[in-house]
Design a protein around this ligand. Structure first.
Ligand SMILES: [Zn+2]
Length: 118
C-alpha cells in the first residue's frame, strides 16, 4: 500500500504543554472543545495506567507550546465565568416568579432574561 498523503493534521505530541488540569474527563473534553472553537488545536492527556485500581491522575488539557499563552487566557476566562456563576445566588423571575438556578441566564419556565444580565 502506498503511503497516504491525506493524513489529518495532528497535534505534535512532542511539543505539547499542559495548560489545565481538569477535574475529570468530561471537563477536559469541554475545555478541549472550547479551545478548538477558538482555533487552538488541543488534546487531552491519556491516563498513564488505565488498569491501575487507584490513583488515576485527572486528565490534563494540552496545547502546542506556541498556543500556550492564548490557551491560558481562554481557560482563565472559563475559570472566572464558572466561579462567578457558582457563587451567584439563584434568582427570581420577575415575570412568573419562579426561582431560576444561577447558572441559567433565562427563566427556565417562561424564558424571561435574568434582570441585569448582559
Ligand atoms: Zn419566568
Amino acid at each position: 500500500m502506498p503511503p497516504t498523503s491525506k493524513e489529518t493534521p495532528r497535534v505534535d505530541k512532542n511539543d505539547l504543554v499542559s495548560v489545565y488540569q481538569a477535574a475529570n474527563a468530561i471537563e477536559a473534553t469541554v475545555l478541549k472543545n472550547l479551545l478548538e472553537e477558538s482555533g487552538i488545536p488541543a488534546a487531552v492527556s491519556e491516563p498513564i495506567e488505565p488498569f491501575a485500581g487507584s490513583g488515576i491522575d485527572p486528565p490534563d488539557v494540552m496545547v502546542r507550546r506556541a498556543d500556550e499563552v492564548r490557551a491560558r487566557e481562554i481557560l482563565s476566562q472559563y475559570d472566572q465565568e464558572r466561579s462567578s456563576k457558582q457563587t451567584a445566588p439563584d434568582w427570581k423571575c420577575p415575570h412568573c416568579g419562579a426561582m431560576v438556578p444561577a447558572t441559567f441566564d433565562e427563566c427556565d419556565q417562561c424564558g424571561t432574561s435574568r434582570p441585569g444580565a448582559a
